[in-house]
Ligand binder design. Sequence first.
Ligand code: SF4
Ligand code: SF4
Length: 436
Amino acid sequence: MQTSFTPRQLAEPRIAEANQILRSCVHCGFCTATCPTYVLLGDELDSPRGRIYLIKEMLEEGRPAGPEEVKHIDRCLSCLACMTTCPSGVHYMHLIDEARAHVEATFERPFMDRLFRRILARVVPDARLFRLALSFARLGRPLAPLVRTIPGLRPAAAMLELAPRTVHRAASAARRGVHAAPGEKKGRVALLAGCVQDVLEPTINQATISVLNRLGYDVVLPSGMGCCGSATHHLGLEADARARARRNVDAWTAEIDGDGLDAIIINASGCGTTVKDYGHMLRFDAGYQEKAERVAGLARDITEFIDGRLPATIAAPRRLKVAYHSACSMQHGQKITRQPKALLTAAGLDVVDIPEGHLCCGSAGTYNMLQPDIAGRLKARKLANIATARPDVVATGNIGCITQLGRDAGVPVVHTIELIEWALGGPEPSAMRNRA
Ligand code: SF4
Ligand code: SF4
């Protein structure tokens, strides 16, 4: 793709990077076939290629974002299916990140949109506030159908609809400090406890710590660690996201330089994609760039880390048919496709794929609240595809997908690591126990 940035524009490093990405696109259109918003809406401007053109014009002209660009950029799920499909290696993720930051810096959103985004940016990354908000949302849930009929309040209705039936107490969250492995030690890892995951489904971190301990790894949860920054990053709030990244880099660097770390374990693939990109996020921060690269280099999804480390003979107490739902951030963001299914198979489970497995379920961070109509259509499509596989249980590696699909899937939706822990002698995943 030809671009026409001026030398003065190209002197700006962020524009120079965007220019490189834009020029790598040969506008072949292969990406359109796997883009969920294009598949649903059929509008070229809701395809990766269409968005790339919109972004190119907006940045080349050096003008503020307009309502048309914002509409189509906001509709992008950041699922990154286009990156998996693209034969030219276009780094769409970094381009859409740049576009979102530009929108945030130059576009005045309508009041209600601004309000919802501010609320999400403040509440989602803060476990204490998030738990409190869920308690209120749970009480307000019966009002969701009424709220949905009020123009401008669709995101509020979506928030209420997503609220879980029970809110776990703070005491169930993973304890900060060292969770020591009993017996012979093989190593020491850090675990990103996450923000929403520890509130919505604390058993995921409990299972992760237990599996790592069983394999001989001490697990440290440094007290300075917090949200990875992906929630605000995807809202275009770059300064906030970078501050959160720096905080985690500091917390993990202290551990690396102290008692050492073999890996930084992440069990929410959305967070994994972000942490693995910390080097890029902090590339202009001289004090952090090197440390961020080191941290990113140690980041591993839990399934990546335990692949090849499980005992040869493990077996789930019941032979179940498991439909594996590969979260977009797992398959497209981190390119992890083999390990989760291999581990579940090694645990004696019958693993089946879900048709149209490359398509997003509509969760996409806060997308299901900000774009509830598209998210709802993608969810319905995913649930229909799951039903054709006729599984006993669905396994996935991202809390967002578990929340999006769990209530309406008709079968339990659990985290992959919960099934591995069950196969190693731990408790049955709570979503399965609660359905029994
Ligand atoms: S597949 Fe890649 S090169 Fe082709 S239009 Fe899409 S982003 Fe551009
Ligand atoms: S990230 Fe997903 S929704 Fe966005 S353009 Fe790419 S494929 Fe489409």
